[in-house]
Structures are given as structure tokens and as C-alpha cells.
Design a protein around this ligand. Structure first.
Ligand code: ARG
Length: 285
């Protein structure tokens, strides 16, 4: 079927799906025993078996789409280690290690850095608080970097030094959307989807300027962590509950695949949080 540009809101996805290499961490030790974001309630019951099942379905979704998935060994006592996006930022075969804001997650940083080093990536030490792909998203030749809750502004300058790419600082203002990847999703090299209310007025203006064609998400979809989605340029894996966003993306010509990560959402995480993109060095760019 050829998509009619008018029926797809005037544009079609920038290109074909890119085959990706992902790093994930099985939620063997997942629970909610501390609260470092407003989603976390340590008194709420957690079903770890269900969390593992939901995570396995996400992993299988990636494999079915043709992507490859590496796994890092989960460590006991690190219940949030499942959120692999926070493990590093990996681009051009280079990895910037993380430094967590909260001591509860501190020991995850060397575990991820060690894995990446052994996997052959050139690991750069973190100098400031930065929570990896949770707050740092690559789009086209740019890096979008969130700040306000976790990743510090100082880390943005370091990021630019490490990767040699322009870094665009985005100010997050709503504590429920504490990481950039809860408020904005990169769809392809040219487009993003985001929740305008999650950003300061200046950052909203920057986003409008950079991405005039962006998909604007509504609060109902953001509140089920709908923007915490993973796109390979054509297929968008997102929380099944984000029905409005899914319809809007389909209208633009993306294929959407809903997954249920309700158990992990109790810690404030969705599909993107569970997924670190491993980008090898490219010949061009
Ligand atoms: N409980 C974790 C935290 O607050 C959730 C991390 C979600 N990860 C993400 N990339 N948004 O740090």
C-alpha cells in the first residue's frame, strides 16, 4: 500500500526501519523499595514475576522486528537496574558512562560501564550527574539533553565534548516527567513526539523551531508513559495504554506496537527506559 501524503498529515516517516542493537536487563530483582520519582510508592504491591513476563514480551517484540538484544546480568539489591536506558549514552562506538543523582542507583553505573568496556565500546567517565539515554536522546545529527530533575546542565557541555555533536538543552518542569524520555520520543532522524506541558516555555519554543512537524502528545497518553516509546524509524513500540498517541502515529504512517509494562510503570518506567541503544561507529557522519 502506498501512503497518500494527505492522509498521513502531509509527511511519511523519513526512512525505512533501522536494524538496531539493544541492551536490556532482566528485571529479576525488580521491586519498588524507595521513591525517587512521583510514580514510585514503596507500599504498593509489586509482582516481580509479572514484571519479568512483561519485560520478556518487550524483548521478544524487538527480536520479532529484526533487532538484536544483548543482556546485562541483573544485580541483586539494584531493583531499578532493569531501566537500561539509564546505563549510558552510546553513539559512534563511544559510550558516556552515567552518574546517578540518587545513591540508591549509584552501583548500576560501574556495572553498565564495565559491560560496555568488555563489549568493545570506548567508555568515557562521567564528570557530572547524567542518567544516560533517560535524558540524552540522539536525533539526526543533534543530541537533545534534558535537565531539571536528574541530568545536570554541566553534563550537557561534557556530552558535547565527548560526542562532538551539538547539544540542545531542554528544561523539564513537571516532576512526573522527570527524564526526557518520559516527555519526548524520537521517531526518526527528523521528527519527535512530545508533551509540550513537560517543558519550560523557552524549551517549547526551541522544540517548535527544531521540529515544526512534531507529533504533539496529550496528557492522557503521557500519563501512561506513552512517550516512553522506542522507534526504529518506522515501527514504534509504545505502552498499549497510549491509544491516542498510537492513533496519531499511525496517521503519520508509523506502525505502532503496543506492549504492556504496567508493572514496571510502578517504578516510573516504560519500554524506552528498559532499552539502551548500542550505536556502533559509523563509516559516514
Ligand atoms: N525508578 C527509576 C528512576 O527513577 C525509573 C527510571 C526510568 N528510566 C527512564 N529512562 N526514564 O530512576
Amino acid at each position: 500500500m502506498t501512503l497518500d501524503a494527505t492522509a498521513t498529515g502531509g509527511r511519511t516517516p523519513a526512512g525505512p526501519a533501522q536494524t538496531r542493537r539493544y541492551l536490556m536487563c532482566r528485571p529479576t530483582y525488580f521491586t519498588v523499595e524507595y521513591a525517587i520519582n512521583p510514580w514510585m510508592d514503596p507500599t504498593a504491591p509489586i509482582d516481580t514475576t509479572l514484571a519479568v513476563r512483561q519485560w520478556e514480551a518487550l524483548r521478544q517484540t524487538y527480536l520479532d522486528l529484526g533487532h538484536s538484544v544483548d543482556e546485562i546480568e541483573p544485580l541483586p539489591g539494584l531493583p531499578d537496574m532493569v531501566f537500561a536506558a539509564n546505563g549510558a549514552t552510546v553513539l559512534d562506538g563511544r559510550a558516556l558512562a552515567v552518574q546517578f543523582r540518587d545513591p540508591e542507583r549509584a552501583d548500576e553505573a560501574p556495572a553498565y560501564a564495565g559491560w560496555l568496556d568488555r563489549a568493545g565500546f570506548e567508555v568515557h567517565e562521567a564528570k557530572h550527574v547524567n542518567e544516560g539515554e533517560g535524558d540524552i536522546l540522539s536525533v539526526g545529527g543533534l543530541l537533545l539533553a534534558g535537565t531539571g530533575f536528574r541530568t545536570s546542565h554541566a553534563a550537557h557541555a561534557h556530552l558535547q565534548e565527548v560526542f562532538g555533536r551539538p547539544v540542545i538543552t531542554l528544561q523539564l518542569v513537571d516532576p512526573r516527567f522527570y527524564h526526557l524520555d518520559t516527555a519526548l520520543c524520537v521517531l526518526d532522524d527528523e521528527t519527535v513526539a512530545y508533551l509540550p506541558e513537560a517543558f519550560s516555555p523557552g524549551s517549547r519554543a526551541v522544540l517548535r523551531r527544531l521540529f515544526p512537524d512534531a507529533v504533539l502528545a496529550g496528557m492522557a497518553d503521557a500519563e501512561v508513559l506513552g512517550l516512553n516509546a522506542v522507534s526504529d524509524g518506522r515501527h514504534v513500540v509504545l505502552p498499549a495504554q497510549a491509544t491516542g498517541l498510537s492513533a496519531a502515529l499511525r496517521e503519520r504512517g508509523y506502525d505502532t506496537i503496543g506492549v504492556d509494562l504496567s508493572e514496571l510503570r510502578k517504578a516510573g518506567g516504560g519500554p524506552k527506559c528498559c532499552t539502551l541503544v548500542l550505536r556502533e561507529r559509523e563509516a559516514t557522519k
